[in-house]
Write a protein that binds this ligand. Structure first.
Ligand SMILES: Nc1nc2c(ncn2[C@@H]2O[C@H](COP(=O)(O)OP(=O)(O)OP(=O)(O)O)[C@@H](O)[C@H]2O)c(=O)[nH]1
Ligand SMILES: [Mg+2]
Length: 328
């Protein structure tokens, strides 16, 4: 018997509302992604067009030049050589020297390559705790604000923990974002033990029934030993106090620092298991190809791209769309 009292869902009656929302979301995603990759994209396509102009056959010099272009966009040497090799085979088969066609072939290869990269596994049940790590100045706190906005848009309650207790300004900055976004920030004074802040935050999050607890950490650590000691302590507290939660560690990297960011990723990987990378400031560089190097050479899943300084300036990393925005 039909349940008379159940009100029909508006979206069931009018699926076009949902479709329109999805379309709107997709348009917003594209705009942000293209804005984020604008510098890299422009640089690559201009140089590819130059390389191909007036060519009647794909010669060795052009192939070499294509490799240089990709290496210049920070896709990594090995990856660039491999990509151009694959593109060359297809381009020769098709006998094409059209720059547009080459870009399409390249975009397909980049997408295939990125689709093979590892995806993080969800762990456990219950609320999610995200530990955000990275060197100072890479964009951790701003990226946290973006994650808050993202979760809130999905209808989740978010709480923040000011685990960067090195500088008073770091705590203030997080509190300011919390106020702006309407997320409670658990904090102690400057110099407090980050483990104690996180302990408080986990208990507060449980008491207030939040869905997401995001933890800021200090990047201002002088040596690898120091970093290891501090993150080790923080992770022990998390494992003990939030044993039944979902947990993930996100490494924030600054795309404008080029190869340095890759070196940082290597160091952090040795200190703590990383579940995913958020590449910030991709809008400020022509070296957005670094995403490919992170995925291929470090085998780390890229989860998000930071494309500006505002809370909305975050996009999910999607391999096909990324490849298309990069070279397509
Ligand atoms: N253009 C651009 N700027 C960004 C992005 N993410 C962060 N920034 C800027 O980068 C600067 C540093 O960002 P923070 O979030 O303070 O970096 P942090 O890692 O928390 O720095 P510390 O707390 O000092 O270790 C700020 O001026 C941000 O506005 C981004 O995706 N694009
Ligand atoms: Mg900070």
């Amino acid at each position: 018997m039909p349940n008379e009292s159940k009100k029909p869902d508006l979206l069931e009656l009018a699926p076009e509302i949902r479709l329109a929302e999805e379309e709107e979301e997709q348009r917003g995603f594209w705009k942000k992604l293209q804005r984020g990759l604008f510098m890299t994209h422009t640089e690559i396509i201009e140089r590819v067009s130059d390389a191909m102009s007036g060519k009647v056959a794909l010669d060795d010099r052009t192939i070499e030049y294509l490799e240089e272009i990709l290496i210049g966009a920070d896709l990594g040497v090995e990856t660039s050589l491999e990509l151009v090799d694959r593109v060359k085979k297809n381009a020769l088969k098709e006998q094409t020297t059209s720059a547009a066609r080459l870009r399409k072939l390249l975009s397909d290869e980049v997408a295939d390559l990125l689709s093979e990269m590892p995806r993080p596994r969800p762990s456990g049940r219950g609320p999610m705790l995200t530990l955000v790590i990275g060197v100072n100045g890479v964009g951790k706190t701003t990226s946290i604000a973006k994650l808050v906005r993202r979760h809130q848009q999905q209808g989740e309650r978010v709480m923040l923990a000011a685990g960067d207790t090195f500088r008073a300004a770091a705590i203030e900055q997080l509190v300011l974002w919390g106020e702006r976004l309407g997320a409670e920030v658990i904090r102690q004074g400057q110099g407090a033990d980050p483990g104690a802040v996180i302990y408080d935050a986990i208990h507060a999050a449980r008491a207030r029934n939040v869905d997401q607890l995001i933890v800021d950490t200090a990047g201002r650590l002088h040596t690898k030993d120091h970093l290891m000691a501090e993150l080790g302590k923080v992770r022990r507290v998390i494992d003990r106090e939030a044993a039944d939660w979902q947990k993930r560690t996100i490494l924030v990297l600054d795309a404008t620092t080029g190869q340095n960011a890759l070196a940082q990723a290597r160091t952090f990987s040795q200190v703590v298991p990383i579940d995913g990378v958020l590449l910030a400031k991709i809008d400020g560089t022509a070296k957005g190809g670094m995403v490919v190097a992170i995925a291929r050479e470090l085998k780390l899943p890229v989860l998000y791209l930071g494309v500006g300084e505002k809370a909305d300036d975050l996009v999910d990393f999607r391999p096909r769309e990324f490849a298309a925005a990069l070279v397509g």
